[in-house]
Design a protein around this ligand. Structure first.
Ligand SMILES: Cc1ncc(COP(=O)(O)O)c(C=O)c1O
Length: 396
């Protein structure tokens, strides 16, 4: 396609919410029950069925979901959890908020996911667990991670915020009980959305009641049942806890989004592979890997890395030039340890960073950007994105 300047701004993502979701939300409003209720329960059943798991509990965000998992695992001050810096900061903050220390291991630059060899090197007598992140929707190398965890007596909690619909060795992310918990996000830029929302997959029934308590005031029973005819208005508070319940209004959206998810992901895959084809000759950028039979990508993000020495400009200039051309991009992510709080935090805890630093994380973190990718993106939009990239790079 030849270059023409885009008239209207093209965002890097857009939620795909249709008439079914809207009708279901109106139905909830008209029913008189808009907070946690029967639709939230049905949505949890749908999550279980989709992911092939026995228990999945929904709440207001993946951040809360992850914080609850850390509380359940009973982190004590100084307990160490190994994770990646190339993630959204909630992966780290939820550990710190529960008294633990996120110990950072470098990534594999070919996938952007945590490198198991680096995990091994980060283990100390204080290590309690590992949080791999399936960044961009590409599964982390779980077999190697579970092997390390098993050998060292560590738990694994998967940050699958970006991975609804991804699979590993033929099973949905979250389905393998070797990870004690897996957390999903339904934020508007994810592959399916409930407005805001998150969920925890839990394989051990003994945790279920506590998760329910921890997401809703420490109360023993679901509030909505108290207002049904057969319910009792009495309830018991067992411990202090947050209020992070999942509303029927959110479930109204989720019940339809989950039915559409495989279709959304098939379209994402088509567009992802098409980007790869359209840009295969561009030496100014490093293209992402598309996944394989073991690592079943859900194509949440198309993250490329710019090579400033070939492109003649750095990532931020490239992003600004694309924005001038009405092409939106995202940055997923600026590594956590370079944010102000974490710079100070790790300056005081040098043991929580590898001695040789995080060179691959920093190399990629300085160069990465996410191109527009969502199911409603057209091939024409995509052609225009690539033609504009070529135009910007030629005009450097
Ligand atoms: C890797 C990762 N972890 C956690 C989160 C947090 O999800 P939520 O916004 O639902 O709290 C996100 C969301 O952007 C994410 O990308």
């Amino acid at each position: 396609m030849t270059y023409t300047r885009r008239e209207q701004f093209l965002p890097f993502t857009r939620p795909m919410v249709g008439a079914e979701e809207i009708a279901e939300i109106i139905d909830s409003i008209e029913s008189g029950w808009i907070t946690t209720g029967p639709k939230a329960a049905r949505f949890e059943d749908a999550l279980c069925e989709y992911n092939g798991v026995a228990h999945c509990l929904a709440m207001n965000s993946a951040t809360t979901a992850q914080e609850i998992t850390m509380q359940l695992l009973g982190l004590k001050p100084g307990d160490e959890v190994i994770t990646t810096a190339l993630t959204w900061v909630s992966t780290l903050s939820t550990v710190i908020l529960q008294g633990g220390v996120p110990v950072l291991a470098d990534i594999d630059p070919s996938t952007l996911n945590i490198d198991p060899a680096r995990i091994e090197a980060a283990i100390t007598p204080r290590t309690k667990g590992i949080i791999p992140v399936h960044l961009t929707g590409l599964p982390a190398p779980m077999e190697a991670i579970w092997k390390i965890a098993e050998a060292r007596g560590l738990w694994v909690v998967e940050d699958a915020a970006q991975a609804m619909g991804a699979h590993y060795r033929g099973r949905k992310i979250g389905a393998d009980p070797r990870s004690v918990f897996t957390v999903y996000s339904f934020h508007p830029n994810k592959n399916m959305t409930t407005g805001e929302g998150g969920a925890i997959v839990c394989h051990d029934e003994r945790h279920l009641e506590r998760i329910k308590r921890l997401r809703f005031h420490g109360i023993e029973r679901d509030a909505w049942k108290r207002f049904q005819k057969e319910g009792s208005p009495h309830f018991e508070v067992m411990e202090p806890a947050r209020k992070a319940n999942f509303m029927d209004l959110q479930a109204a959206m989720g019940l339809h989004q989950i039915k559409k998810l495989d279709g959304f992901n098939a379209r994402r895959k088509h567009l992802f592979l098409r980007y790869l084809e359209l840009m295969k000759d561009m030496e100014e950028v490093v293209l992402p890997v598309p996944g394989d039979a073991v690592h079943g990508h859900c194509h949440h993000l198309f993250v490329l890395r710019i090579r400033p020495e070939k492109a003649g400009m750095d990532r931020d200039t490239f992003v600004a030039r694309l924005k001038d051309e009405n092409i939106g991009t995202g940055i997923h992510y600026r590594p956590a340890h370079v944010h102000s709080f974490y710079r100070d935090y790790y300056a005081q805890r040098s043991h929580a960073l590898p001695k040789d630093g995080l060179p691959h994380t920093e190399w990629s973190g300085d160069r990465l950007l996410s191109l527009p990718l969502w199911p409603g993106l057209t091939e024409e939009d995509q052609d225009q994105v690539v033609a504009t990239i070529r135009h910007v790079l030629a005009g450097r």
